[in-house]
Design a protein around this ligand. Sequence first.
Ligand SMILES: [Zn+2]
Ligand SMILES: [Zn+2]
Length: 267
Amino acid sequence: MFASDYLTVGNIYTRKELQRQFQIKDATINTGVFRPSGYDSIWLFITELKPKDRPQLHDKLEGETLYWDGQPTGRTDKLIIHHQTQGLELLVFYRHHKDEFPGAGFKYEGRFNYISHEGSEPAHFILKKQSLSLEEIVTKDIEALLIEEDIKTIYQAGKTMPTLVNTYERNPKLRTEAVKLHGTRCQICGFSFAETYGELGKDYIEAHHLQPIASYQNQEEVDPQEEMVVVCANCHRMLHRNPEKPLMPEILQSIVVSRKQKVEEDE
Ligand SMILES: [Zn+2]
Ligand SMILES: [Zn+2]
């Protein structure tokens, strides 16, 4: 089991919160290198600016590359060097200085991999951030939406909700294929999540399936080039506003265009 499945990249975590969330009783969580029991994970807690009384170790995160000094005794060096062959993920919790985040928290930077090292006691490591594949990103987006919708159904307890979820749109393989073919810009209104939200919105777009589900027997028959379009969340909601009969994308697009023209004329 990987601890990273229960963590969100970019979130701030204090050691206390992590102890609670992962039910850790082990006091070694207070050291820089930690192995949570029950998880195939190694956690690194890194403070870039060291207190003056501490051994002079040099750690720095530059983009995707982490320059990190191992423990002065070298006790955990082997663990770091061989983490991949041992099936252990390496998770990095980072802060520039002790008081950067409330409660002396750390920012969770994600999974890293060992690249190389030099010297010993301390060994100077180079680690690299593991980037997600497009399919992993898409899968996470779909899961996030499903979680959100489940919460909504709890709110509507007792009331039966229509279940007209298009399973092709929630299929990670088809959606990844659609993104590869059509890109990440809404094909209806031109919206780009990356343009508006920067790094947070990178690679995000939804896929809309053009055919009614009932007319297909299995997934292989769906052609993402011809039968799927990529759309922003707003346009997607509008396409499905009538759940029994999704709107044709061309019709929604003509609505968007004519509304834009009207706004421009009024100005
Ligand atoms: Zn749109
Ligand atoms: Zn759709």
